[in-house]
Design a binder for this molecule. Structure first.
Ligand code: ADP
Length: 197
């Protein structure tokens, strides 16, 4: 890194932005198997909070893998870099006073902890979107499990690549038991319990 880069202190602080927005800013860091419901719930929760006056944004594969991270593949190193950039972008969202939902499989605890370490304690909420592999495979919304079973996708999480369940997530949403709306209710209850809006 260049020695000539000096961090310019912004005239507007995160606290001022939060005060103006009248809500806390944080990352809801979703993790779970493909098909567990991360995108579905992230989008439904973002909509629900938006309707309550919260500034929200969803970061997912579509807007990250096709843009910012389109130069990255799926090697261990590239996966790490993918998550590192997602973490840094999320941090900018939090600094700007917004609530950001990230919807990536993010299978490794170490990577999730790397993002956690970038943020303050009340700015990172690990949300485990939990559903048994069989249920995810049955849903197979993008046909990826079928391809993975046919050997067409190497290192597919849950099939040929491991998924490490979160050790101590702030929130666990069981999408095999609860409906999308019920899961969103549970997330909103967490927000309200903390007086974040
Ligand atoms: P992911 O982002 O984790 O890969 P998606 O949200 O793309 O998963 O897909 C989950 C699929 O499961 C969707 O087709 C969704 O409609 C379905 N589904 C069924 N029940 C639920 C639930 N309770 N929560 C979330 N998704 C559900």
């Amino acid at each position: 890194m260049s020695n000539n880069i000096v961090w310019h202190e912004q005239s507007l602080s995160k606290e001022e932005r939060r005060h103006k927005n009248q809500h806390h800013s944080t990352v809801f860091y979703f993790t779970g198997l493909s098909g567990s419901g991360k995108s579905t719930i992230a989008n439904a929760a973002a909509r629900r909070l938006f309707d309550l006056g919260v500034k929200t944004y969803v970061l997912d594969g579509d807007n990250v893998r096709h843009g910012l991270n389109k130069d990255l593949g799926f090697s261990d190193e590239a996966r790490k870099e993918n998550i590192r950039r997602i973490g840094e972008v999320s941090k900018l969202f939090v600094d700007s006073g917004q609530v950001v939902f990230t919807a990536f499989i993010s299978p490794f605890q170490e990577d999730r902890d790397t993002v956690r370490a970038l943020l303050e304690e009340d700015e990172f909420v690990e949300v485990y979107i939990s559903s048994p592999l069989e249920v995810c495979e049955e849903r197979d919304p993008k046909g990826l499990y079928q391809k993975a079973r046919a050997g067409e996708i190497p290192e597919f999480t849950g099939i040929s690549s491991p998924y490490e369940e979160p050790v101590n997530p702030e929130i666990t949403l069981r999408t095999d038991i609860y409906s999308v709306e019920e899961c969103v209710d549970q997330l909103v209850a967490y927000v309200k319990d903390r007086n974040w809006l």
